[in-house]
Design a protein around this ligand. Structure first.
Ligand SMILES: C[S@@+](CC[C@H](N)C(=O)[O-])C[C@H]1O[C@@H](n2cnc3c(N)ncnc32)[C@H](O)[C@@H]1O
Length: 219
């Protein structure tokens, strides 16, 4: 992955409005956004949209429609505002907001679902500042429970997810989905809460794509 593309999305991410308690776009967010250049004419679900960086990236790349989904209404409000501020009213008309849990994703038969799930193994959570812990819990003992939940419930044809390379993503493989295919990767600075497993706080982060095992990959 071209580092200047990731840096572009880091810059956009820093400009987004982020309400208290909403996830501030991270280097993982920017990496995911940088992969969404192939969204022209697609219907995309941004699962767990946070402040909406992936939504902005998919709309900017020409997505026909984006469904920004999160269980936090403040995240949805931030996403709507950020799409209008960054891309304008035409892009806002291609956006639907959906307040829902990942367990409700099944009916959404989109072309592509993009997600940057919580992925701190639960042993790292005490090292996450308390006011941000709710954003990083849910990965479970191996960090993969978030992506497992998405794969178990997604109705989309493809699921694209970020994963810290220290996670064993193949363990998240779920019936009905192919083995993951790597879409992109980069060496990125990591949040201090990763220190006990990545001491120098710089590590490989990858973006992987699962496709339904009964359909052919579309890209
Ligand atoms: C790590 S943040 C990523 C936010 C954004 N996609 C980004 O990359 O900047 C994860 C987001 O998923 C949402 N989330 C976590 N678990 C969820 C669930 N079970 N159902 C719906 N949203 C969830 C959180 O509220 C948060 O906004």
């Amino acid at each position: 992955m071209d580092i200047t593309e990731i840096e572009h999305w880091n810059v956009v991410g820093r400009k987004l409005a982020v309400s208290e308690g909403v996830h501030r776009p991270s280097t993982f967010s920017a990496l995911l956004a940088a992969t969404l250049t192939d969204c022209r004419n697609l219907v995309v679900v941004d699962a767990g949209c946070g402040a909406g960086l992936a939504t902005v990236a998919a709309l900017a790349a020409g997505a026909r429609h984006v469904i920004a989904q999160d269980y936090d209404p403040a995240a949805l409000a931030d996403t709507a505002r950020n799409v209008t501020d960054v891309l304008g009213p035409e892009a806002r008309r291609r956006l639907t907001l959906w307040e829902a849990d990942w367990t409700m994703l099944t009916p959404m038969k989109a072309d592509l679902l993009a997600v940057n799930p919580p992925q701190r193994p639960s042993s790292l959570l005490p090292d996450v500042p308390e006011d941000q812990r709710h954003l990083h819990s849910g990965g479970g003992p191996d960090g993969l429970d978030g992506i497992r939940t998405v794969l178990s419930h997604a109705g989309a044809h493809r699921v694209r997810t970020t994963a810290n390379a220290i996670l064993n993503l193949t363990e998240a493989s779920t019936p009905g989905w192919s083995a993951p295919r790597k879409v992109a990767g980069a060496d990125l600075p990591l949040d201090p809460s990763w220190r006990s497993v990545v001491p120098d706080l710089r590590g490989r982060v990858d973006v992987w794509e699962f496709h339904r095992s009964d359909t052919h990959p579309q890209s």
